[in-house]
Design a protein around this ligand. Structure first.
Ligand code: ATP
Ligand code: MG
Length: 178
């Protein structure tokens, strides 16, 4: 868990971890690798292991839910359409959404909590070793927040991922942290 008041550098910490920003001083080690001194090409290797769920939305408005989740597979793998369909199905079910109900919908047709779950499905589809979540429950009601917290714990357990979670919510943090 990463906690602290607004503007103290939480989002900055995880941007440094994936090499989106370079440290002005000091070193950042991810799985023993000093990410601050790596070339863009070397960083790509590390980024494949890290899923990043952004603080603000980040679904593509012009793509439906299926296309949003399939996007990383189309970009980063040579999978055939049937394989992609299957993976999208699995990812949606993992986050508790029904593929037949949501696949054809667009992000603005879903509630905020559902959009966050779709964003998480898109993050897990490449099976990252580490997932960075920037305020996954902000702006959600207590029930939707609870669902997301349980989902993060479930993904840790079922996929064996390491999670780094930024949150302002002390109650949710106690559910997620081990
Ligand atoms: N690339 C950058 N270069 C210089 N300063 C930056 C950069 N990105 C963010 N900052 C500054 O660093 C500080 C921390 O920002 P950051 O977004 O990490 O805060 P945060 O802890 O995530 O806040 P919040 O809880 O509101 O999301 C802010 O003062 C911001 O203006
Ligand atoms: Mg932030």
């Amino acid at each position: 868990m990463v906690m602290g008041p607004s503007g103290t550098g939480k989002s900055t910490v995880i941007k440094l971890m994936v090499g989106l920003l370079k440290p002005t001083s000091g070193h950042i080690f991810v799985e023993g690798v000093d990410v601050g001194v790596k070339s863009p090409k070397e960083l790509l290797e590390i980024r494949k292991k890290i899923g990043f769920s952004f603080q603000f939305g980040a679904l593509f408005d012009s793509m439906n839910i299926y296309e949003n989740i399939a996007f990383p597979l189309k970009e980063h793998t040579n999978m055939k359409k049937e394989e992609i369909d299957k993976e999208v199905d699995i990812a949606l079910k993992l986050v508790g959404l029904n593929p037949h109900e949501v696949n054809h919908l667009f992000p603005d047709e879903l509630s905020g909590g559902m959009q966050k779950r779709v964003a998480i499905a898109r993050t897990v589809i490449l099976k990252p070793d580490i997932i960075l979540y920037d305020e996954p429950t902000s702006g959600l009601d207590p029930i939707a927040s609870d669902l997301i917290s349980r989902l993060i714990v479930k993904l840790q357990r079922e996929l064996g991922t390491t999670s780094v979670v930024i949150s302002h919510d002390i109650k949710e943090s106690f559910k997620i942290a081990d």
